[in-house]
Design a protein around this ligand. Structure first.
Ligand code: XMP
Length: 546
């Protein structure tokens, strides 16, 4: 710690009043090293130094406006008044510790930001690190460059030689074996290893899990054809067999992860790679590790397939190289551009490792869609993230057209915050029957339902591409939910979002004519009972539905 220029105490889902909540020794705050507390970090600093932290019952999740207090502030110097910040907390600091000055507030939080310049202690209740805090980078810059006097020398593109040194160091005299997905992350990671180690030492397999989108295998074949280093393994049957009858979302992720490991072990044996001369390369990026609880105290926001127990064993025994583990998606694209990869590949929307499995919801029992004061409660289990922890809850459907979507999107956050026990709000775009007649059908993950989702997803992608809408969004999941009526037992949810790094996201409004044309084509599929539009930002709803 003596050599640290500054310390950031981050956010987290705990309360300072929990028994096992993470803490720091008070000496960290009195060593004279600048400290910035973010969210839980602010509460912890306040708690340790004699401030008043109040447990919150309802919490505050979403956007707020930051009002600056009079007087100069070191942390908020140059920041515009009334700028947007992003909140995600339950507890809050009711009174800062002695010596601190309140430097900003929001309409719901009297201690939006506080500082004690004499002791070089600073703290904010909001999250400056997410893009939804408009001037968050300015605030972090003030802390890092002015207060901590750090050098401004970070540029992802210029890190390539450093990353390649690390790859060589980690690999030693071993070769690297990849499971490529056709996505940006694993392709860039593969190319970095190729550059670092040469074409004799890097090999890969594309596992067709049967959970991929239409045309994906062909895309991978074309992308890697020139390298001749990849082979394609058709494993649809074994993945679907392993997933047979499984309805529980987290279990799906585990099974898929474990299945990957089994296939990997088999392939490694088949190709004779068990000589101890191989390690596994992965395209894991920074958000994957932190959302999987990859740091000691971070909560598990989702179990990433790169972090299931089988893979964890390889990590623990030093058999993995993850060249992108410190980078965000936008930085990975920058690195890919520096490496000369084609824009058609780098500009692809992210696609999750577990594939369509986590976009194809299953249900155990036949349950009705029920009318409640704010709309209709749809009893499927979809995931949300509030206060940094992950929870499954039913969905609220409203019987309104998204031509009013921009208004509804703001309302959606409010509806979720109103503690109705939901973490997602969808609007009906088209349906065969009124919402009150729809119900949830008991279903599992079957080849037929995956084919149905593939067909719908292909329609959405084709129309988004032709209209240019795909350029306006960061990702566009299409989800199949087992909600319908009569012989039409499934519905489609459209979830176009805008994001920079996937950590937070905005539900995006689609042009009306495109939306209605899309809905009409989807409704022409006889198995589809309705088309919905997801109005939920992240938080409170995650990007994926499981
Ligand atoms: P969520 O749903 O957590 O997603 O808001 C954030 C981003 O992560 C992607 N995602 C995954 N990617 N394996 C992946 O490779 C996974 O298990 C996984 N789960 C979510 C998601 O598509 C979005 O871009």
């Amino acid at each position: 710690m003596r050599h640290a220029r500054g310390i950031i105490i981050s956010g987290g889902p705990s309360s300072v009043y929990d028994h096992s909540s993470p803490t720091v020794e008070k000496a960290v705050l009195t060593a004279g090293i600048p400290v910035l507390g973010i969210c839980y970090g602010q509460q912890l600093i306040a708690h340790l130094l004699g401030g008043d932290v109040r447990p919150g019952d309802k919490g505050e999740f979403g956007l707020a406006l930051l009002d600056l207090a009079d007087g100069d502030s070191e942390l908020l110097r140059g920041v515009t008044d009334h700028q947007q910040v992003w909140m995600s907390h339950r507890d809050k600091v009711a009174a800062p510790p002695p010596g601190f000055r309140i430097i900003a507030t929001t309409s719901t939080c009297d201690t939006g930001a506080i500082e004690d310049t004499a002791r070089k202690l600073y703290a904010v209740q909001f999250h400056p690190e997410v893009v939804h805090t408009t001037e968050g980078m300015k605030i972090l810059g003030n802390f890092l460059f002015d207060i901590c006097q750090c050098a401004k020398d970070w540029n992802a593109g210029q890190r390539i030689s450093l990353i390649e040194d690390l790859i060589r160091e980690r690999a030693g005299d071993r070769n690297v074996f990849f499971f490529v997905s056709g996505g940006v992350d694993s392709t860039v990671a593969f190319m970095l290893c190729l550059d670092a180690l040469g074409s004799e030492r890097v090999r890969g397999v594309y596992v067709d899990t049967g959970l991929m989108r239409d045309g994906e295998t062909q895309f991978v074949r074309e992308t890697f054809a020139g390298f001749g280093l990849i082979r394609i393994e058709n494993c649809e049957e074994e993945f679907l067999t392993a997933l047979e009858g499984v309805r529980e979302p987290e279990l799906k992720r585990h099974i898929i992860g474990e299945q990957f490991v089994k296939v990997q072990e088999r392939i490694i044996e088949q190709v004779g790679l068990l000589s101890g001369r191989w390690i596994l390369g992965q395209g894991t990026i920074y958000p994957d590790t932190i959302e999987s609880g990859g740091t000691a105290k971070a909560a598990t926001i989702k179990t990433h397939h790169n972090r299931v127990p089988g893979i964890q064993k390889l990590i623990d025994s030093g058999h993995i190289v993850e060249p992108l583990a410190d980078f965000y998606k936008d930085e990975v694209r920058t690195i890919g551009r520096e490496l000369g990869l084609a824009p058609a590949l780098l500009d692809r929307h992210p696609f999750p490792g577990p594939g369509l499995a986590i976009r194809c919801l299953c249900a155990e029992a036949d349950q009705p869609v029920t009318r409640i004061p704010d709309g209709y409660l749809v009893p499927v289990r979809s995931v949300g993230v509030q206060g940094d922890s992950r929870s499954y809850a039913p969905v609220l459907a409203i019987d309104a057209f998204p031509s009013e979507a921009s208004r509804l999107q703001d309302e959606a956050t409010e509806l979720v915050n109103r503690s109705l026990g939901v973490n997602r709000v969808i609007a009906r775009v088209a349906s065969r029957e009124p919402l009150e007649r729809q119900h949830v059908f008991p279903t599992t993950l079957t080849h037929g339902r995956l084919e149905l989702l593939r067909e719908a997803d292909a329609i959405v992608r084709e129309m988004s591409h032709e209209s240019g809408f795909d350029k306006d969004v960061w990702q566009f999941p299409v989800i199949l939910i087992p909600v319908g009526v009569g012989e039409s037992r499934d519905s489609i949810v459209l979830r176009p979002i805008q994001s920079v790094d996937g950590m937070t996201a905005d539900s995006v409004t689609m042009p009306d004519d495109l939306l209605h044309a899309m809905a009409a084509r989807l409704m022409a599929i006889p198995e589809i009972a309705a088309v919905y539009y997801d109005l939920t930002h992240k938080p409170p709803g995650t990007i994926e539905w499981e």
